[in-house]
Design a protein around this ligand. Sequence first.
Ligand code: 5RP
Length: 219
Amino acid sequence: MDSSVKKRNAAQAALEFIEPGTILGVGSGSTVQHLIELLPNVRDRIDKVASSSSVTTGLLEHAGFEVSSLNDVGDLDMYIDGADEANKRLQLIKGGGGALTREKVLAEAARRFVCIVDDSKLVGMLGEFPLPIEVLPMAQAFVARKLVKLRGQPVWREGFVTDNGNHILDVHDFPISNPLEMETRLNQIPGILTVGIFAHRPADVLLIADDSGVRELRG
Ligand code: 5RP
């Protein structure tokens, strides 16, 4: 089955989790794009919507939703987003689209985080996908040297500027055997705004679409 069909199936399955009166956070990426196309079908259950990126805001508005600021809505009932990698503990790598900082804020602000992926994203150990890290532009070379000392191979995502005006380093060849510890460790490096490891705030529900349907893992 085509991965785009699987992504749509995962997005469709996430709709079941949206209860009447939900204040919803919406992630970014191609899987979420399917979700946004489907969201009008459950519009009557959604009270307010907050967005994780300028692209998502544009898509939500195009679908007829008024997007609220997180500052105005308070905590979210639910956050739905995709991932670049997920393990069976529902820890994730995110940030392939460069929206990791706002995604991490919304995930943390949500009572429930439902992650939607196709089965190619499920891995034994995180880190085959290059780890995205958002850095202050003035600290980029400094942070890159620190990452080399940790045996990673940071590559500047040249020409890309995040919604927050920062740069992304993608760290290659960086197997992450202990996601909690590595997230904590990288968070100590000045100049790093956000690490794309979501281990301290993993998903609560992982919906994995494969050839035979959508299965569910819970944290
Ligand atoms: C964006 C993300 C996305 O969730 C991640 O890149 C997955 O994207 P896709 O659904 O297109 O495979 O973290 O920053």
